[in-house]
Design a protein around this ligand. Structure first.
Ligand code: COA
Length: 170
């Protein structure tokens, strides 16, 4: 059942839609070097980010764009993988979700950051049309910094697209 429309537009803080997922790297997830295959990490990132976007707007969402994905270090078989996703910014119908992936070596009791990603989702109504999402209410210093950075990212992407369109026309 869907919520009444006004409930869909109540502002929410990023904390309310934060997602934390934990996985373990099994042999079927690895490449020839016994470290995780990038596509597996990408699918976990997409899943955690989509759940975070859904929690923010209580709607179905689709992945529209992957703004950035940076693999900073590899993850070995047997290590745990922590995927943390939260909404950084919202437009009218779109949401930008930031994801941070960490690996945890359970025996050595060490963690390291392995991947950072930013994805854009679009909320859809029951007919599959883009629909307005609730405003985001960043509260902490970090939440405000992520919000401002995501806003710059959206602006920069729009400018780059417009530039490419212009140069294709000339
Ligand atoms: C994403 C999708 C719903 C957008 O549809 P659309 O008709 O272009 O929608 P609109 O032009 O009304 O744009 C809706 C919002 O999406 C944003 N958007 C659309 N395409 C985008 C893209 N490629 N990158 C970033 N944002 C995008 C728009 O800026 C707009 O944001 P706003 O409302 O916050 O200002 C449509 O392209 C789609 O269904 N794509 C396939 C999604 C999918 O199947 N994903 C699964 C993984 S392959």
């Amino acid at each position: 059942m869907s919520l009444p429309n006004q409930l869909h537009l109540t502002p929410k803080s990023p904390k309310e839609s934060m997602i934390e997922m934990r996985e373990m790297v099994l042999p079927q997830h690895t490449n020839a070097l016994n470290t995780i295959f990038g596509g597996v990490v990408m699918s976990w990132i997409d899943l955690a980010a989509a759940m975070s976007a859904q929690k923010h707007c209580n709607r179905h969402v689709v992945t529209a764009h992957i703004d950035e994905i940076s693999f900073l270090s590899s993850i070995k078989v047997g290590e745990h993988v922590l995927i943390k996703a939260s909404v950084n910014y919202v437009g009218r119908t779109s949401l930008i979700v930031g994801v941070r992936v960490e690996s945890e070596d359970i025996l050595a009791q060490t963690t390291k950051i392995t991947t950072r990603a930013y994805l854009t989702f679009v909320a859809l109504d029951l007919h599959g049309h883009p629909v307005q999402v609730p405003p985001l209410n960043p509260e902490t210093h970090d939440e405000k910094r992520r919000f401002e950075n995501a806003k710059k990212r959206v602006q920069a992407t729009k400018e780059l697209r417009a530039k490419i369109q212009m140069s294709n026309r000339s």
